[in-house]
Design a protein around this ligand. Structure first.
Ligand SMILES: N[C@@H](CCC(=O)N[C@@H](CS)C(=O)NCC(=O)O)C(=O)O
Length: 237
């Protein structure tokens, strides 16, 4: 099974109070299979949710230095050869946020993590999309520049511009978190996941950043969740 540590998770992390369907996933032939290296933010999102829902899964290291994403078989699952891709029975799926929604719909339809009520669900959707469309690009420039580029090869001006842009978006989230504990309200939802994986990087990379007290407090709340702490809040690489 995928990312299973030897710790007693039951003690750390009680069983969810909503039904989770693992019927399909527990049959050997249809075990959920997650493709993607664990250092990818988009793969982290899926690991985090699989662990929140306690769904059994297997994870295969592909992408980055592992390679394995250029084969016709992989491209049939993810046409750009990016990670993650997910297989569940006959279904193969790509786009990390779509995978999060699918896992809730298919395996935990009553979960408050993706509420069924139309207004609440639309709010979750819009904040997930907002992260992808507004934060991803500038945050990616900062992360790739500071973490994956040698100091002498960094485009400092581009990084500084991206810090400004990303900071504006984090400021919008900070203002929201001044009024509520989580991205879409009083309770944790899958809208916290795409933001959460990037918040760890934003708040821990070394650069001069505008302080956001509410963002910081929310990040510390996320750290109380064992799947987040274990899989999304490690060494930034
Ligand atoms: N929109 C896609 C983006 C996927 C993506 O950009 N993945 C990156 C890692 S975060 C990737 O595959 N990079 C190349 C690699 O790892 O080989 C998603 O959300 O799933």
């Amino acid at each position: 099974m995928g990312d299973r540590s030897g710790t007693d998770k039951a003690a750390l992390w009680p069983t969810p109070r909503f039904p989770v369907s693992v019927a399909a996933a527990t049959e050997e032939a249809t075990m959920i299979k997650l493709w993607g290296r664990s250092t990818s933010s988009n793969v982290m999102k899926v690991i985090w949710l699989l662990e929140e829902l306690r769904l059994p899964y297997e994870r295969v290291d592909v992408g980055g230095a592992f390679g394995g994403t250029s084969t016709p078989e992989y491209r049939a699952m993810q046409p750009l050869g990016l990670v993650p891709a997910l297989q569940d029975g006959d279904l193969s799926l790509f786009e990390s946020n779509a995978i999060l929604r699918y896992l809730c719909n298919a395996h935990a339809p009553d979960s408050p993590l993706f509420p069924a009520a139309s207004h609440a669900r639309a709010t979750v959707d819009s904040w997930m999309d907002f992260q992808q469309t507004a934060l991803n690009r500038p945050q990616g420039v900062v992360f790739q520049g500071l973490i994956r580029t040698a100091p002498e090869q960094r485009d400092q001006a581009a990084i500084a511009r991206a810090v400004e842009e990303a900071s504006e978006i984090w400021g919008i989230l900070d203002a929201r978190l001044a009024k509520q504990a989580y991205v879409t309200g009083a309770a944790f939802s899958i809208a916290d996941i795409p933001w959460g994986v990037h918040a760890h990087r934003w708040l821990n990379m070394e650069f001069a950043r505008k302080p956001f007290a509410h963002l910081q407090a929310w990040y510390e709340r996320l750290l109380q969740r064992p799947p987040y702490k274990a899989h999304c809040a490690g060494k930034i690489a």
